[in-house]
Design a protein around this ligand. Structure first.
Ligand code: FE2
Length: 224
């Protein structure tokens, strides 16, 4: 399930955030791969959740992450929620992000600090893991149907236009990409979040939920 929430961002705080993110990007213009936006996770800027300037923003996003989990059926008392990684993505004219998902996390989110809502700065494309109306995978593939190619349940992807303050929450398993920024005047700016779920620190964990990290024991490699 993909959820969207419009957050109210303080204009002064937002301006300060944009300035700070620009300075964190420094002189870099993008990631090493040709045409790729600058993403903080590959450039040493992946812990915005520890940056004091972003603390109020983190609180807003975490509140929404909890609301999302409750909405899809999680019992708040039986899970612990962790921000695992949090990084900015800055996309200049013609820059994009290729198709990927986040295998390191459970729940992912993106908050747009810029965006007019037109999609010109590059839409977020969520790729459908399967066509929901195919009774058997592959049924809709082939010449002449039988499923109407333009049926809403038969789409290969869903596009979402960035808009300042828009928060998108989605399962980390979903493939997504960002289309090129087509506005030469606009800098597309967003903050990505990866959340991990574990059992709470107290009590016995459910079978398939990882125990709380405070109970983990790091092991040093004995290899020489
Ligand atoms: Fe991503």
């Amino acid at each position: 399930m993909v959820a969207t929430v419009q957050l109210q961002l303080d204009p002064l705080e937002l301006a300060a955030h944009l300035q700070l993110l620009m300075s964190l990007r420094g002189d870099a213009t993008g990631n090493p791969s040709e045409g790729c936006a600058w993403t903080g996770d590959l450039n040493g800027v992946w812990q915005l959740h520890y940056h004091p300037a972003f603390a109020p923003l983190m609180a807003q996003v975490v509140e929404q992450a909890w609301a999302y989990l409750v909405e899809i059926g999680f019992d708040r008392a039986r899970v612990a929620l962790h921000i695992q990684r949090c990084w900015p993505v800055l996309s200049d004219w013609d820059q994009a992000v290729g198709r990927h998902h986040h295998p390191n996390a459970h729940l992912s989110a993106v908050l747009y600090l810029s965006g007019s809502g037109s999609g010109e700065e590059g839409v977020l494309r969520i790729h459908a893991p399967a066509q929901p109306n195919e009774l058997v995978p592959g049924l809709a593939v082939g010449h002449g149907g039988p499923i109407a190619a333009d049926h809403p349940l038969n789409q290969a992807h869903w596009d979402l236009a960035p808009q300042q303050g828009l928060l998108v929450l989605f399962p980390s398993r979903l493939d997504h990409s960002v289309l090129p920024n087509a506005d030469p005047e606009a800098l597309r700016c967003s903050i990505s979040f990866d959340f991990a779920l574990t059992a709470p620190a107290e009590g016995d964990p459910s079978e398939y939920l990882a125990p709380h990290p405070s109970h983990w024991s790091a092991q040093v490699s004995q290899a020489t």
